[in-house]
Design a protein. Sequence first.
Lengths: 114, 112
Amino acid sequence: AQSVTQLDSHVSVSEGTPVLLRCNYSSSYSPSLFWYVQHPNKGLQLLLKYTSAATLVKGINGFEAEFKKSETSFHLTKPSAHMSDAAEYFCVVSGRKGTYKYIFGTGTRLKVLA
Amino acid sequence: DVKVTQSSRYLVKRTGEKVFLECVQDMDHENMFWYRQDPGLGLRLIYFSYDVKMKEKGDIPEGYSVSREKKERFSLILESASTNQTSMYLCASSRQYTDTQYFGPGTRLTVL
């Protein structure tokens, strides 16, 4: 069975400092892993996706994530936070191939301080 | 760019009313999904559809039904709205045999 755990419900950083949002997963299969961002009262926007082609995945808005099989982790990073990055971030693992289902993490709310 | 649109951003309804939430995608995707999002509970799958007129129950289908008469449109129906259905509803779509879902902007439904 698949599961995903986001280790921090809230993260605060100062503008211009690095961002680290942590995600661990469990999967019986080679997973597809995703990060989505949700700004207040908006839908979810795809940041990036891992599909086993490369362990370091670059996404939009300067975000990237590294897939570490030995640690079952898929942490999201950004070198320098911007005020516009303040949002909720979801780590997602896809279900067994062919089921189409997503398993969502509980979300990490990122606060960026001026 | 994939575009998923939802008919309303905000909706207020009375208990017992029949409520229709509409979702349209413009990328010819086969799969469409309805989720609800609640604080502390995250996103939960209500129903999904992998083809026209096909549907499957998700994790929380009780109190909801769906309709997919055309490939681009997926409707969520609350037969008799109740206050515990006050929530944010998100629609998503994906191409057949791929797992990347694209989400609409959401409909915030309040049932009084």
